[in-house]
Design a protein around this ligand. Structure first.
Ligand code: COA
Length: 173
């Protein structure tokens, strides 16, 4: 997928290209993840390791968005089996069981590339690959940017659950 839109003064913004990640993207993906973890002042609740990203590239779907040469963001779309070992995923599926749904997330856009449509491009690319399946994700209730962007991009807030002392919203699309 390739998107470029004129900005408010009529110039072309740099195109966003969202497509399947390559194994050589994992270093950039890990760097974006690291700066966005809650413990580093960001809003990502869970850290996924190199092996997990590599296995999603091989066997599931990991989309990266590129702006020029830079990896600007990433999003995973996986089977439930790929994330079934993660306690917060188990809590989400107890709150909102849907055995056929795919799981969207993690999704993260590097701070320098936000509000340019990168998440929109990632989600569009995921949908193109999802063959009409329903898609679920969880978002911390206090992550207003992510909640608003998912609603803006066609998800609905389906229910809420608690996990490890925090509140989360299940979004379905
Ligand atoms: C949430 C996140 C993925 C959005 O990425 P993005 O590339 O900036 O989003 P987009 O530019 O595609 O925005 C699409 C729409 O979402 C909404 N949106 C995005 N960011 C928003 C914000 N900070 N506040 C309110 N609405 C927002 C807007 O409606 C936006 O459309 P608009 O810019 O035309 O108004 C990004 O902020 C991020 O990576 N945050 C840190 C990690 C994170 O929280 N990940 C999600 C965990 S569940």
């Amino acid at each position: 997928m390739n998107a470029s839109e004129p900005d408010s003064v009529g110039e072309e913004t740099e195109a966003i290209d969202a497509d399947r990640a390559r194994p050589t993207d994992v270093d950039d993906i890990l760097a974006i993840q690291e700066e966005n973890l809650i413990e580093n002042g960001g809003s990502l609740s869970a850290r996924f390791d190199r092996t997990w990203f590599e296995s999603v590239i091989r066997g599931e779907l990991l989309i990266v968005a590129r702006v020029g040469e830079a990896v600007a963001g990433y999003a995973a779309l996986t089977s439930q089996a790929a994330q079934a070992h993660i306690p917060i995923i188990q809590a989400m599926l107890r709150a909102h069981p849907d055995s056929r749904a795919l799981l969207h997330g993690p999704i993260c856009v590097a701070s320098a590339f936000r509000r340019r449509g990168v998440a929109r491009a990632l989600l569009l690319a995921e949908r193109e690959e999802s063959d009409g399946a329903s898609i679920l994700a969880f978002i911390r209730a206090d992550n207003a940017a992510s909640r608003q962007s998912h609603v803006a991009l066609g998800f609905r807030e389906a229910t809420e659950f608690e996990h490890a002392g925090a509140s989360y919203i299940v979004v379905a699309g």
